[in-house]
Design a protein around this ligand. Structure first.
Ligand code: DQA
Length: 146
C-alpha cells in the first residue's frame, strides 16, 4: 500500500464556480472523493490538502516527509509560475511527484507556459480538467505495479 498526498494550491477551493470553461464544473470535493474512492479500491491511501498560502503549502510538503508519504500529486495553481520556495521544498524531501493542471496551459497566457516544477516532476498532466488528477493517480499506480 502506498500513501499518496494530493496537494492543491490557491483558488482551487473555488472549483465548480471558478472559470468553468478553463477548470470544469466539478468541485474540488467531488474530484477528491472520486480520487479517494479509486485509490482506496486499488489499496492505496489518499491524503488531501488544499491551501491558499505558499508557506502553508511548503509546510505540508515538509509534513509529507515526516509522515512517510510515498508520492505527491500537486497542482501548485498560480504558484506554478512563481514559487521557488515550493520547488525547493519538493527537492528537499525527494518525494516523487506528478504535476497536474486542469486547464490546457499551452493554449493560455505566456506567463502560464513557465513552470517551476515540470523539470523536476516524474511527469506533467495538463488539460483534462478534473480528470487530470485521476490520470496522475493511474500513472502512480502503474509506476508502483508496472
Ligand atoms: C492551474 C493553472 C494555473 O495557471 C492557475 O493559476 C491555476 C490553475 C490549472 O490547474 O489549470 O490556478 O494550475
Amino acid at each position: 500500500m502506498a500513501c499518496i498526498l494530493v496537494l492543491n494550491g490557491p483558488n482551487l477551493n473555488l472549483l465548480g464556480s471558478r472559470e468553468p470553461d478553463q477548470y470544469g464544473h466539478r468541485t474540488l470535493q467531488e474530484i477528491m472523493e472520486d480520487l479517494t474512492r479509486f485509490g482506496g479500491a486499488c489499496g492505496h491511501e489518499i491524503l488531501h490538502v488544499q491551501e491558499n498560502s505558499e508557506g502553508v503549502l511548503v509546510e505540508a510538503v515538509h509534513k509529507a516527509a515526516a509522515d512517510s508519504v510515498d508520492y505527491i500529486i500537486i497542482n501548485p495553481a498560480a504558484y506554478t509560475h512563481t514559487s521557488v520556495a515550493l520547488r525547493d521544498a519538493l527537492l528537499a524531501v525527494r518525494i516523487p511527484f506528478i504535476e497536474v493542471h486542469l486547464s490546457a496551459m499551452a493554449n493560455r497566457e505566456p506567463f502560464r507556459q513557465i513552470s517551476y516544477f515540470s523539470d523536476i516532476a516524474m511527469g506533467v498532466i495538463t488539460g483534462f480538467k478534473g480528470e487530470s488528477y485521476m490520470l496522475a493517480l493511474q500513472a502512480i499506480i502503474n509506476h508502483i505495479e508496472p
